[in-house]
Design a protein around this ligand. Structure first.
Ligand SMILES: Cc1cc2nc3c(=O)[nH]c(=O)nc-3n(C[C@H](O)[C@H](O)[C@H](O)COP(=O)(O)OP(=O)(O)OC[C@H]3O[C@@H](n4cnc5c(N)ncnc54)[C@H](O)[C@@H]3O)c2cc1C
Length: 440
């Protein structure tokens, strides 16, 4: 038993807030510092529509966010995506083409939907067919583009990997590390040679639950509820330093140095880097070397009667060769039942350009959806430098970060920059840090 510690948590996004919550449960006294708590997560209600400023859901197969939500007494708020209406369109030659059934990320597991698909040429279909005859091999880390092109050809990079991953990481598969972003497929390559064979062998029985989960009244409720459980100071931490003559820390907030026994950095690797500069320059350099990309979400609301399209899918992806402003669009009322009144239609348009204008986003939407009416509302949320990129070499970089951080007493580094960018991964990183810190 270490005894109750006073712990500073720098950053109150989902990582920092869940960490403070678990620290409190473990008997510690945690204080979160953040001028804008919630980080990327927040919800707004406009014209009866529940809208998200950043993330709208998480992958149901990762349990940690759901565990936290249930623990907070919000189990009744959990909702699943409307998988009966699950279908995704991909733009090809300016037309919507359905993403073939049975695809697991970039890996086809059903033959006929791929054979019949207009998304791929016969060359790609042939490459997908013969992929299962590859021999096992271990390769050094390489980009997602190289990995996917090696298995299925360039077209699968442009029309599958790029639009699917750009929506998650906001970056390019040319830069992302296959080992970090597609670890299961890299493992299959080593074990079976073929990712198709690996995926088919590993095919888990459908759990019966939705693929995506969210909260009925919006993800913001998770943040609001966490805030009722933690101590928050709405201020930025300007500097950190080892406490003089002790093993603890001091943090500079509003020109005042405050003393703590332990420090949790949950502010993103890009913000942790300058804080660490005078303490461990190499660690700071490693943190700063994790690249970040930016994004923007335009949310347009319409009267349903002004939208001619049947909205018979979760939305559409725009692969790079077809792209102007929008790279993905969610048809909110189809994906989430109960979030958009029947007489409204809402389009959540994602772009990797944080400065994309209303006009540019709307021009794309009007053209692709056949819209002529003006939207009844339009909201923009910009996310500059918010998405860490797991670039080639990420695993080795994070291993070095971990090793250096482990050498600094009473320091924890958590958040989306290291072992997973999704909300459940962030909660998991908080849980693990609290396990390492131990109970009071
Ligand atoms: C547009 C967008 C859409 C996304 N969609 C999804 C999705 O659908 N599903 C999913 O699972 N994930 C999604 N993600 C990813 C997920 O939302 C994030 O990875 C996660 O919310 C990050 O949480 P975090 O607490 O680690 O970091 P952040 O949310 O970035 O929080 C870091 C906090 O640190 C604070 N901070 C920084 N510097 C300091 C300082 N010096 N002192 C004090 N505070 C500081 C900031 O104010 C911020 O609040 C999305 C992300 C974005 C940006």
């Amino acid at each position: 038993m270490a005894g109750a510690m006073k712990i500073a948590v720098v950053g109150g996004g989902i990582s920092g807030l869940s960490c403070a919550y678990y620290l409190g449960k473990a008997g510690h006294n945690a204080v979160v510092f953040d001028p804008a708590p919630g980080g990327a997560i927040g919800s707004v209600n406009v014209e009866g529509c529940i809208l998200e400023t950043g993330p709208e859901s998480w992958l149901a197969m990762k349990p940690w966010a759901e565990q936290l939500i249930r623990e907070l007494g919000l189990g009744d708020e959990l909702t699943g995506s409307n998988d009966a209406g699950r279908r995704t369109y991909v733009l090809r030659h300016g037309q919507f083409v359905t993403l073939p059934e049975g695809l697991q990320m970039v890996v086809p597991t059903k033959i006929w939907p791929v054979v019949e698909s207009k998304l791929f040429t016969w060359k790609t279909k042939f490459l997908m067919g013969i992929e299962m005859f590859r021999s096992p091999k271990a390769m050094p880390d390489r980009s997602v583009s190289e990995f996917v092109a090696d298995h299925f050809g360039e077209e699968a990079v442009s029309y599958l990997a790029e639009p699917l991953l750009a929506g998650v990481y906001g970056g390019s598969p040319d830069d992302l590390s296959a080992a970090s972003v597609l670890p299961k497929f890299v493992e299959y390559e080593q074990r079976y040679g073929s990712v198709v064979v690996g995926t088919m062998r590993d095919k888990r029985k459908p759990s019966g639950q939705s693929i995506f989960k969210s909260m009925k009244h919006g993800m913001g409720m998770l943040i609001e509820t966490l805030l009722t459980h933690v101590q928050l100071v709405r201020s930025r931490v300007a500097a950190i330093a080892p406490a003089p003559g002790e093993t603890g820390w001091q943090v500079l907030v509003n020109n005042d140095w405050q003393q703590f026994d332990h420090l949790v950095l949950a502010c993103g690797a890009n913000h942790a880097a300058p804080l660490m500069a005078s303490i461990d320059p190499r660690l700071s350099e490693l943190l700063a070397a994790i690249p970040y990309t930016s994004s923007s979400i335009w949310t347009f609301g319409y009267n349903r009667s002004d939208v001619p399209h049947p909205l018979d899918a979760f939305g559409f992806l725009v692969p790079r060769p077809e792209r102007n402003a929008i790279m993905a669009c969610t048809w909110l009322g189809t994906k989430w039942l109960g979030r958009v009144p029947d007489d409204k239609a809402v389009f959540r348009c994602f772009s990797t350009d944080p400065d994309v204008t209303r006009e540019a986003a709307l021009a794309d939407l009007n053209r692709l959806m056949g819209l002529t009416a003006e939207p009844i509302f339009a909201l923009n949320h910009r996310w500059p430098n918010s998405m860490p990129q797991y670039a080639v070499g990420h695993t080795a970089r994070v291993a070095e970060i971990d090793a250096r951080a482990a050498g600094i007493p009473n320091l924890s580094l958590i958040g989306n920059a290291f072992y997973g960018i999704g909300i459940p991964d962030c909660v998991r990183s908080a849980q693990k840090a609290v396990e390492r810190i131990g109970p009071a």
